[in-house]
Design a protein around this ligand. Structure first.
Ligand code: FE2
Length: 235
């Protein structure tokens, strides 16, 4: 999934009336990685928003879907548009990754994301698991149970063949060219293999078939096998 800088974000259904995504152009150290926001329907009909992008024209589309109840910044890198998002949705409750509590004290976060959904939030609809074993990545991954969708951020990404040559080469170096997995710069931070294996096994115990991820094409089926292959080196 190459995200050209001319892209105008749109909120697109991924699973009918359950999950929507929106891509946005975003450069990370000059690399046009793009990013993706995910919106999930909760059991009570309200909305849960993962890794918000710059809202712009998609705010009206989001408002048409329902009430935004929660916003989540899933790791210490995906927070750039959280300030404007909570300004646009001041009634939404915000939860952030552990490192963001210190990195972004300006955000009105209620708490850091942990092993389980905070009580009285999204536990009826979503499960969650903190990434373990990395000295860098503090990501929390999610399972939207009604749609059997795993929601990932930087724990797994893919650089596709539609990207410009230079970025394809970088993807090859990072081990993510046409391959879903953690990029080399994240992989090099895996210090505790037992903890990593525990995280991977917990995710593999979930019932999912689809994967939404921030950087790479969406996976509509076979997602569990894709995730297992991405982390088979630690199993
Ligand atoms: Fe990212």
């Amino acid at each position: 999934m190459y995200t050209p800088s001319s892209l105008v974000p749109k909120l697109v259904p991924f699973v009918d009336d359950q999950v929507w995504t929106a891509r946005a152009p975003l450069r990370f150290y000059g690399v046009p990685m793009g990013s993706r926001m995910t919106v999930c329907r909760l059991a009570d009909g309200r909305l849960w928003v993962h890794s918000p992008i710059e809202l712009g024209t998609i705010q009206a589309a989001l408002d048409r879907l329902g009430e935004v109840a929660f916003a989540v910044a899933p790791n210490f890198l995906h927070h750039l548009f959280m300030g404007p998002f909570v300004a646009a949705y001041p009634r939404a409750r915000l939860f952030v990754s552990p490192k963001l509590v210190e990195k972004r004290p300006d955000l009105p976060a209620e708490a850091a994301l942990g092993d389980h959904p905070p009580l009285g939030t999204w536990e009826d609809t979503l499960d969650q698991a903190p990434f373990r074993g990395s000295s860098l990545l503090d990501e929390v991954v999610f399972l939207h149970r009604p749609s059997r969708t795993l929601i990932l951020c930087d724990a797994c990404m893919c650089m596709h063949r539609d990207a410009p040559l230079g970025w394809r080469l970088l993807g090859r170096i990072g081990g993510i060219y046409e391959h879903y997995g953690p990029p080399l710069e994240i992989k090099l931070t895996f210090r505790d293999k037992a903890a990593l294996r525990g995280f991977v096994e917990r995710v593999l115990s979930w019932d999912f078939d689809r994967i939404v991820l921030s950087h790479g094409d969406l996976i509509e089926t076979g997602g569990k096998e894709v995730f297992r292959r991405a982390y088979e080196f630690c199993l």
